[in-house]
Design a protein around this ligand. Structure first.
Ligand code: PEP
Ligand code: MG
Length: 322
């Protein structure tokens, strides 16, 4: 089986009826790049930059960050690299950032909320990214966006730093796409409006499921409610994809669900453009998609959206594909 997969290393991911999707990888550090290339990743769909900030006792400098971003962009040789700005908080803490204890950290002061207040820290990261942008195909993504205003503020700060760098004579790419994670239900519901302003969406199902089902993604006791195939989640995914396409934009997914054998047929049918997963899942997913017809999966997707339970959805997918 492994040998079969290896043959697909440099193949495009095309369904039986000729529809191309992009299979990308999630990474945490530049050291993960080799794994992406070894497994036939067509892009980096999520670079989680928090690891640059963790396991140390002070903020990383602009220079340190610039070097990491440049290494990833160069390593991917012009293939697209989606870098997510700092997504700290919730379960991820930084010892040197003194933040008050919160009753509900997952609903608290984290990610873009924190970055919009700690602007020095945010601007340093954005400058490092902008300076690195000339070394490859950079896309910048903001995490945990819940309102249009947050996106506008974040983008304004980005453009402000870009202008300042250019005024100082620094080279910055003019082709950087700017997108958001869709991982909060308010943003999925408002996707049609967001789609007018962002360049792309990436659906973060790890959090989107937790917030939609109100079930802590770390809590065993409520894990039965953590249901990727619940029609409530699938309908939201559809809304986001449709909204993006209506405005000529694209939608990826970087939560665990994107690499899930049971979810892939539905996601293909819903029209997902990019699937970002751990590198080790890519060749298996490519093999699966090569065997599926997009037209048939569209019928399956339509069907499962009308079902009532997770169990019914799983049954329907198995019947159609396995
Ligand atoms: C997600 O929420 O789906 C996601 C990809 O981000 P993280 O797992 O880093 O929260
Ligand atoms: Mg998340």
């Amino acid at each position: 089986q492994k040998a079969e997969w290896a043959k697909l290393l440099n193949e495009k991911t095309v369904s039986k009826d000729g529809h191309h999707v992009e299979l990308a990888a999630n990474i945490g550090t530049p050291d993960d790049l080799q794994g992406v290339l070894d497994n036939g990743g067509e892009a980096v769909g999520l670079y989680r930059t928090e690891f640059l900030y963790m396991g140390r006792d002070q903020l990383p400098t602009e220079e340190e960050q610039f070097n990491s971003y440049k290494a990833v962009l160069e390593g991917m040789k012009g293939k697209s690299v989606v870098v997510r700005t700092l997504d700290i908080g919730g379960d991820k803490k930084l010892p040197y950032l003194k933040l008050p204890e919160e009753m509900n950290p997952f609903l608290g002061f984290r990610a873009i909320r924190l970055c919009l207040e700690e602007q020095d820290m945010f601007r340093t990261q954005l400058r490092a990214l902008l300076r690195a942008s000339v070394y490859g195909n950079l896309k910048i993504m903001f995490p945990m966006i819940s309102t249009i205003n947050e996106f506008r503020q974040a983008k304004e700060i980005l453009l402000d730093e870009k202008e300042k760098l250019k005024a100082a004579g620094v080279n910055v790419s003019d082709n950087i796409e700017v997108g958001i994670m869709v991982e909060i239900p308010s943003t999925a519901v408002m996707a049609d409006q967001f789609a007018k302003e962002v360049d792309f969406f990436s659906i973060g199902t790890n959090d989107l499921i937790q917030y939609t089902m109100a079930a802590d993604r770390m809590n065993e006791r409520v894990s039965y409610l953590y249901q990727p195939y619940n029609p409530a989640i699938l309908r939201m995914v559809k809304m986001v994809i449709d909204a993006s396409h209506k405005e000529g934009k694209w939608t990826g997914m970087c939560g665990e669900m994107a690499g899930d054998e049971m979810a892939i047929p539905i996601l293909l049918g819903l029209g997902l453009d990019e699937f970002s997963m751990s590198a080790s899942s890519i060749l298996k997913a490519r093999t699966q998609i090569l065997s599926l017809s997009k037209a048939e999966m569209e019928i399956l997707a339509k069907e499962v959206l009308q079902l009532q339970t997770t169990e019914e959805v799983i049954e329907a997918v198995k019947k159609k594909t396995l």
